[in-house]
Ligand binder design. Structure first.
Ligand SMILES: C[S@@+](CC[C@H](N)C(=O)[O-])C[C@H]1O[C@@H](n2cnc3c(N)ncnc32)[C@H](O)[C@@H]1O
Length: 264
């Protein structure tokens, strides 16, 4: 199981639900008892609570994340074997969980089992992420590195795009899918997270952390080393522009929101 840090979750979720229009279908049935599976530090739990005004339980395999997020009702457990009786909740939901599971359909079946009414999932299509940058080759290198990383993963990181099909195949009815593009901008004045991201490019920290996964795909070691060199050179250009206050970057991550009705 891939481990996440509190800092990573806070940073990548910042601003994600400033605009909540795509989430509206989740709350049409006015759910009062909600389960957030793979809740991590509870970034989505908070949105679910604010929008529903209901009681939201946060479940994750990693108890340290639930503690770090100080969620109100934490449960440690496995999404593919939920320690919860049938039909306990009005809405069983998850965000960015299924893309991390080797058997996402099993987790969807578990969400269906513990809900008496509706099931929802919010998942990205990581293969369709785009980058715009003032550093000339950053977009190309980011796209190449991402493609090799996704190729080496054992999970389906582009799952968001066929979430609706998975829901229907699992037997959910009245499946509705909306799309929400999360824009992550780096521009002056730079946040501490933006400065750290520039430093990590210079030191190739992230690409090194993903080395084994990238090599598990069809990337050869020599090609990885060449990509890493280019990445660091790009990182130095980013650092120079940050110093000069001219660096700008926009990353766009498409998220899909699917909601379905349980057939009783
Ligand atoms: C990308 S994070 C998403 C966290 C949160 N939903 C959010 O959007 O900020 C994925 C989460 O799923 C959890 N997770 C991974 N596999 C799991 C499993 N089999 N059962 C329960 N949680 C799992 C991880 O610990 C992590 O907190």
């Amino acid at each position: 199981m891939r481990r996440f840090t509190e800092a990573y979750l806070r940073d990548t979720r910042r601003g994600l639900w400033e605009d909540r229009e795509a989430l509206a279908p989740l709350f049409r049935g006015e759910p009062e008892r909600i389960l957030d599976v793979g809740a991590g530090t509870g970034e989505f739990t908070r949105v679910l609570r604010e929008e529903s005004g209901g009681w939201v339980v946060s479940l994750d395999a990693d108890a340290s994340l639930l503690r770090a997020g100080a969620v109100e009702t934490p449960i440690q457990g496995d999404a593919t074997r939920l320690p919860i009786p049938d039909r306990t909740f009005d809405l069983a939901a998850c965000q960015a969980l299924l893309v991390n599971l080797p058997d996402p359909d099993r987790a969807i079946r578990e969400l269906m089992r513990v809900s008496a009414d509706r099931v929802a999932a919010v998942e990205p299509d990581n293969s369709a992420v785009t980058v715009e940058s003032t550093v000339e080759n950053e977009a190309t290198l980011a796209s190449r590195a991402r493609a090799h990383y996704l190729d080496g993963l054992e999970t389906d990181a582009s799952l968001g795009a066929d979430l609706g099909v998975r829901f229907e195949r699992a037997g959910l009815r009245e499946v509705a899918v909306t799309k929400h593009v999360h824009e992550r901008r780096i521009e002056p004045p730079y946040s501490e997270a933006a400065m750290e991201s520039a430093r990590r490019k210079v030191t190739a920290t992230r690409i090194d952390a993903h080395r084994e996964t990238m090599l598990a795909g069809d990337l050869e070691r020599a090609d990885f080393d060449r990509l890493r060199d280019k990445w660091q050179a790009m990182g130095r250009a980013v650092a120079e522009q940050v110093q000069a206050g001219t660096y700008r970057r926009i990353e766009r991550i498409p998220f899909y929101v699917a909601v379905g009705q349980i057939e009783h």
